[in-house]
Design a protein around this ligand. Structure first.
Ligand SMILES: [Zn+2]
Ligand SMILES: [Zn+2]
Length: 240
């Protein structure tokens, strides 16, 4: 490093220590980097004991580690994990992330999901974000799930072009479980030229919010039918 570059680096590092940071969520000045302590206090991280399969928090550890619903009808995914419960905190964070040019939140959210990502990672897996329809993509200019996946995955594993969204389903908000399933049925497809790459490989799907799991289930059914290996799912927040 040249003398000038190292001086600039030292001045930058000193300023970083001395100047207050602005909370990425509420905008108040604070000593913390990223999201301030007051905002973090509203977070509900999901932790053990969990259903081993769907990741739902359990009131206490169960010998088989499966919730009642997974006993009766296990999801097509091998396992699902979520960073947060969906509440006021995670809703504000996710809205900021996807609607307000909030890409600056990617490392904050990525770091938070990193340990779940490491726990779910399978050797040789492809990391696939739930795609947005082209119209929504054009309106938002980025797919927040793809940005998270890109941040989390090694470059060789990141595969945003394999899963396609065939048509523009209505928003899932306000729909019942059955209506949600119907709304996303047949929405996904696998690009014909990607089948060889996908064949037999485990997949990690990344999405921002999971409500009933209808979207993750539909994407997984499509990937398995196209010949993928087992599919795991990682989401930022889930509705409990
Ligand atoms: Zn804050
Ligand atoms: Zn379960």
């Amino acid at each position: 490093m040249s003398f000038l570059a190292s001086t600039r680096f030292l001045i930058g590092a000193a300023a970083d220590q001395l100047l207050p940071h602005q909370c990425l969520l509420c905008g108040k000045f604070c000593v913390d980097r990223g999201v301030c302590a007051a905002c973090w206090a509203g977070a509900l991280p999901i932790s053990a004991p969990l259903c081993h399969r769907c990741g739902r928090p359990l009131p206490h550890a169960l010998p088989d580690q499966l919730c009642g619903q997974c006993w009766r009808t296990p999801p097509p995914l091998a396992a699902i994990r979520a960073g947060f419960a969906y509440n006021d905190f995670s809703r504000a964070l996710i809205l900021r992330f996807k609607h307000a040019d909030g890409l600056y939140l990617t490392p904050v959210l990525g770091r938070f999901l990193a340990r779940h990502f490491a726990a779910l990672c399978q050797p040789g897996n492809l990391v696939i974000p739930i795609p947005l329809h082209r119209h929504r993509y054009l309106a938002r200019r980025y797919n927040q799930s793809a940005e998270l996946a890109r941040w989390l995955a090694p470059a060789d594993d990141f595969a945003p072009d394999i899963l396609l969204r065939r048509h523009h389903n209505k928003s899932q908000a306000g729909l019942s479980r059955a209506q949600r399933q119907k709304n996303v049925a047949g929405v996904f497809s696998v690009a014909a030229e990607s089948r060889a790459k996908l064949s037999g490989r485990p997949v990690m799907l990344i999405d921002d919010v999971m409500a009933t799991g209808a979207t993750l289930n539909a994407a997984t059914t499509c990937l398995l039918a196209a010949g993928s290996g087992p599919v795991h799912g990682l989401v930022l927040a889930r509705v409990l």
